[in-house]
Design a protein around this ligand. Structure first.
Ligand code: PRX
Length: 664
């Protein structure tokens, strides 16, 4: 890889990195000319472009005759009269191509035990689960909630749902009983697939007992069956008539299962994510369009080849795990690593050791993980990437939050050995797959920039009226044309879908991403400047400030009022900072610390540990304008520890600024 210094016009004066000749030689998109030709093809004949790719990458039971149906915009339909099955595309067709004995998944458990499964064995497993679900009466269109940690069983459960046309909704294993209950109720699911326990960092954590707790909370009468995978084998409570061990579900089931051929628009999954207001929303994805982009982005952005060993470190509870573990790599017949646990157990060298042991070639992780591993590596040589043989790597990726140039350069140098391109992929739960990202064999990379739109994606930056802003000027990130893997609806709430993503401000024509962005004057490269709504991104996990505020005020004995903002954090990107007014007198010292702990635990119980505020500040009131509006900009300054430059003359009670100065 050659490094050249960018010209003076690059305001940040960052180095530009070019892919090496060796990488370019075999790359799927080997030059900017090849990239530009695809962009041009999409511009000239948008439907022809996506239609061609849908035929090339997916196997259709019934071919589609229409590519895009805009008649009910913004409820766009793609390949609507075509029929297919996602599980067939990920499993059967690879076996039919002669890849039955190829390793599909290399699974490494928290304690280091490795299990490998071939395409044929994975297909057999999926068919048996699918038959078991069918035997319980689960059918096309039913929803199934999956609450399980990283495992072959988790991936197989998702694939089994897809096989019978049941819509899965995976709930991240770190969410609380209350959050799980809310999601079960909203989906109206008929079954839950879970495990007895999960193992993280050497600790056994409950799953099944949290499902029990969620179901007792009420509102989940739709659940008829709970299927329990054995992970720990420890004793757990089983409710007769409702709970069945997965081993018993699949016992005696056939290893063949006719796939349910579904319409391309059939909902493959619902995945809950946070918005700026209200409860988390159930993002609804399709089968055909989603699977096309999952496969296509894996092929072009990750340049996946037959002999690659791909590793996406995300959890299947997030969209990244859906697209780049369960669907994309399998749709292409790839070999992938799946891991259970955390990057820092048994030590912070776990990722590097796994890359070495499994000869990983393409590695995809989040900036938060990189930043925390940098800290650990700088403190201890034995967990530094230099202590491992990482020479198998040929491509690196980043996702979920902005990657700061310093972390990018460290990743490039110490993990990639200064020879692997880095794809900084910008996308969202709602977009289904990559939207703005380098093509690794073509795009010159600038640390901190996600560079240019994926071929065919019409990303743009506009002002509040929907007018394009010139390069060099920040604005609102939109997508001007529908794309195959876009969100189809918010489950059960089409009005919220329209308001959130196709607001009247842009005459309902542009998809509103919710992020701000700026394009470089000279290169036109995109840099994401952060959310423009009240959504926080903590360690790449998306959370609404309102959700956390609701959780705090639900502690009714203690809390009178709460406001939550984000502040920058060196490791987690952003940190949750809560401002709390108690129903009692202002606490100090140890007492304040104890109450802060109590509130953190409460948020952990209401939402999950990931939402626990890092800082809690107490005041007798919150800073408000005379009209009673909380001055959030001021709170953000306090949270950052900045000198207050805002006008505070309208503050009703300026003394509270002193009280809020102390974080617990
Ligand atoms: O703010 C952007 C940020 O993560 C948000 C989407 O979060 P979620 O739906 O949880 O999906 C995360 C995994 C795709 C975006 O609105 N984000 C994601 N990727 C990047 C990013 N910000 C900057 N650079 C990225 N590469």
């Amino acid at each position: 890889m050659t490094a050249t210094t960018a010209g003076e016009s690059t305001p940040t004066q960052l180095t530009t990195y070019l892919p090496s000749a060796e990488f370019v030689k075999n790359a799927a998109i080997p030059s900017m000319d090849a990239y530009n030709a695809l962009v041009k093809e999409a511009e000239t004949d948008y439907e022809g472009y996506w239609g061609r790719l849908a035929k090339e990458l997916l196997s259709w039971k019934v071919p589609f005759t229409q590519v895009l149906d805009e008649s009910d915009a913004p409820f766009f339909k793609w390949f609507a009269d075509g029929k297919l099955n996602a599980s067939y595309n990920c499993l059967d067709r690879n076996v039919e191509k002669g890849l039955g004995d190829k390793t599909a998944i290399i699974f490494e458990a928290d304690g280091g035990e490795v299990t490998k499964i071939t395409y044929k064995a994975l297909l057999d497993k999926v068919c048996r689960i699918a038959n078991g679900l069918r035997a319980m009466g689960v059918k096309k269109g039913d929803r199934v909630v999956i609450y399980i940690s990283m495992s072959i069983d988790g991936v197989a459960a998702m694939q089994a749902c897809a096989r019978i046309g049941a819509t899965h909704s995976v709930v991240f294993g770190g969410f609380s009983a209350q959050s799980l209950r809310d999601r079960v109720e909203d989906t109206g699911a008929v079954a839950i697939i879970t495990a007895d326990h999960q193992v993280r960092g050497g600790k056994l954590l409950p799953l099944k007992s949290i499902v029990d707790e969620a179901l007792i909370l009420g509102g989940c009468d739709s659940i008829k069956n709970v299927l329990v995978v054995k992970r720990s084998g420890s004793e757990i409570a089983m409710t007769a008539g409702r709970d069945t061990w997965m081993d018993d579900v699949v016992k005696g089931q056939s290893t063949t299962c006719e796939p349910e051929w579904v319409e391309a628009e059939h909902p493959l999954f619902l995945l809950y994510t946070s918005g700026s207001t209200g409860k988390p929303k159930g993002v609804q994805h399709s089968t055909g369009g989603y699977l096309l982009h999952a496969a296509l982005t894996t092929k072009w952005t990750f340049d996946l080849k037959a002999d690659d060993v791909f590793w996406c470190t995300a959890d299947i509870g997030w969209v990244t795990g859906h697209t780049y573990i369960t669907y994309g790599p399998l749709a292409l017949g790839g070999t992938e690593i799946v891991f259970e646990g955390v990057p820092t157990y048994p030590d912070a060298g776990r990722f590097w050791k796994m890359i070495q042991d499994h000869k990983c070639t393409v590695f995809y992780t989040a900036p938060t993980a990189i930043r925390s591993l940098i800290k650990a590596a700088e403190a201890k040589d034995s967990v530094h990437p230099k202590s491992y043989d990482l020479s198998s790597l040929r491509l690196l990726g980043s996702v979920g939050e902005p990657i700061n140039p310093a972390a990018w350069e460290w990743y490039y140098k110490h993990v990639g050995g200064s020879k692997c391109p880095i794809v900084d992929t910008f996308w969202q739960t709602e977009t289904g797959g990559h939207m703005i990202t380098p093509m690794p064999g073509a795009t010159p990379m600038i640390p901190g920039s996600c560079t240019l739109p994926f071929p065919g994606i019409q990303a743009a930056i506009v002002d509040e009226t929907g007018k394009d802003v010139p390069n060099g000027q920040g604005g609102i990130l939109v997508v001007k044309k529908p794309w195959p893997s876009m969100i189809r609806n918010i489950w059960g709430d089409p009005e919220r879908f329209k308001k959130s993503y196709y607001p009247d401000d842009f005459k309902g024509k542009y998809y509103l991403a919710g992020d701000g962005a700026i394009r470089d004057e000279k290169t036109g490269y995109f840099t994401i400047t952060g959310r423009i709504d009240d959504v926080l991104n903590v360690s790449g996990h998306r959370m609404g400030t309102m959700e956390i505020e609701s959780a705090l005020v639900s502690c009714t004995d203690l809390v009178a009022e709460a406001a939550v903002v984000g502040r920058p954090d060196d490791t987690t990107g952003e940190a949750v900072c809560a401002f709390v007014v108690l129903k009692r007198s202002l606490p100090m010292g140890d007492e304040a610390k104890a109450i802060a702990k109590q509130l953190r635990d409460h948020v952990g119980k209401e939402i999950g540990p990931i939402a626990k505020p890092k800082d809690i500040r107490f005041g007798e009131n919150l800073p408000k304008t005379r009209s009673g509006k909380i001055m959030r900009r001021l709170l953000r300054s306090i949270a950052k520890g900045e000198a207050i430059t805002q006008d505070t003359s309208t503050l009703e009670n300026p003394a509270i600024l002193d009280q809020l100065g102390q974080a617990y």
